[in-house]
Design a protein around this ligand. Structure first.
Ligand code: PLP
Length: 379
């Protein structure tokens, strides 16, 4: 066994689909001393986090908290609390994370129907309307920013309206969108939205913001069966985050400091300025990709500004380029996932990583590596 136990972290430029880089202030927050999870000072930090999460979700929902766990824990909370065994649910699948919701919903005993499009495309309102009309659904869940394909689902307000007209709750995955593009929970009438800390918010991985509207709270309080997940059962978790302050589980203290600091930075920048920074940097990247004679998977009007999927050109190899970006430049980009494995690179410009100088850097590095040649894509 090696006697060298030194922790070594390489220098990286994080331009993948998450995690994004954390500002120095957020890193410093992670290094602050641990205090008790019921310490009055920590309770105050919790209140601050909750209020700033309401601001970023653009909601007044009381039940707005960061659940302990990554974005998938948010997804798990959003589904497990509203599904009872035997319920029928409809899930929009525009990529890998829609598939994950199908898998999870089934595990909580739902009969799951899916409405699906090829990865890179988005759901069509008429098709969703038709699908909703076929059965009585407990909920419709869709992904706002599909990180696996780089597509952003438009018409969220209209989708929520359709769900409600058919008596279903509307659940939205905003893991890759919150903090980078507008998410207007109240105006769009979203019943449940969940997210992750490590993408456009640029806090540490490990917390999943979630917000629950009145309609969803009612469904939760009218459940006939216990929530099938103890850890994420929101009625219990909320007793810790709400007035009662009852112990449920030990909150990850430092992750909440980091979330507090990251959300303060979002507030200081302002939502509008933040969204426009994300859009401008993404557009700069898209122009540069086209100048390199490369194509993007998603047509412009449906592109997610936080994650761009670039098709691997026939002259290049997915793995070779990805490896050299990392080894020669320290740049992390994402690989193609699932059915897009080996076919696209995913370039994330999220939160603190959404910077003009990084756009210039990744384009220059791509140009050099592709021009130098190397193995061609095996696919
Ligand atoms: C759209 C979407 N949903 C859910 C998740 C799952 O989040 P996590 O990996 O933080 O568990 C991700 C992660 O990339 C995502 O992009």
């Amino acid at each position: 066994m090696s006697s060298n136990h030194k922790l070594t972290i390489p220098d990286r430029v994080l331009l993948g689909p998450g995690p994004s880089e954390m500002p120095a202030r957020v890193l410093q927050a992670l290094a602050m001393p641990v205090i008790g999870h019921l310490d009055p000072a920590f309770l105050q930090i919790m209140d601050g986090v909750q209020q700033m999460l309401r601001d970023i979700f653009q909601t007044k929902n009381k039940l707005t908290i960061p659940v302990s766990g990554t974005g998938s824990a948010g997804m798990e909370a959003a589904l497990s609390n509203f599904i009872e065994p035997g319920d029928r649910v409809l899930i929009g699948v525009i990529g890998y994370f829609g598939e994950r919701m199908v898998d999870m919903a089934g595990r909580y005993g739902a009969t799951v129907d899916r409405i699906e499009v090829p990865w890179g495309q988005v759901l069509d309102l008429e098709e969703v309307k038709k699908a909703l009309g076929k059965h009585s659904y407990k909920l419709l869940a869709v992904v706002h920013g599909e990180t696996s394909s780089g597509a952003q689902q438009p018409n969220i307000k209209e989708l929520a309206k359709l769900a409600h007209e058919h008596g279903a709750l509307f659940i939205l995955d905003t893991v890759a969108s919150l903090g980078g593009v507008p998410v207007e929970v109240d105006d769009w009438n979203v019943d449940v939205a969940f997210s992750g800390s490590q993408k456009a918010i640029s806090a540490s991985p490990g917390l999943a913001p979630i917000t629950i509207g009145k309609r969803a709270e009612e469904v939760l309080s009218n459940r006939k069966t216990q929530v099938g997940n103890w850890y994420l059962s929101l009625s219990e978790v909320q007793k810790y985050w709400g007035k009662e302050r009852t112990y449920h589980h030990t909150a990850p203290i430092q992750l909440n400091y980091a979330m507090h600091e990251a959300l303060s930075i979002v507030a200081e920048e302002g939502l509008e300025a933040r969204f426009s920074r994300h859009r401008q940097n993404a557009e700069k990247l898209w122009e540069g990709i086209e100048e390199l004679d490369m194509e993007m998977l998603v047509k412009k009007e449906n592109r997610l500004v936080t994650v761009t999927s670039v098709k691997v050109p026939p002259s290049a190899s997915h793995d070779h380029v990805k490896k050299h970006l990392l080894e020669d430049y320290g740049i992390e980009v994402g690989a193609g996932l699932g059915q897009l494995k080996g076919q696209i690179w995913r370039i994330g410009l999220m939160g603190h990583s959404s910077r003009r100088e990084y756009v210039t850097l990744v384009l220059a590095a791509l140009r050099e590596i592709v021009a130098a040649g190397g193995p061609q894509n095996a696919n």
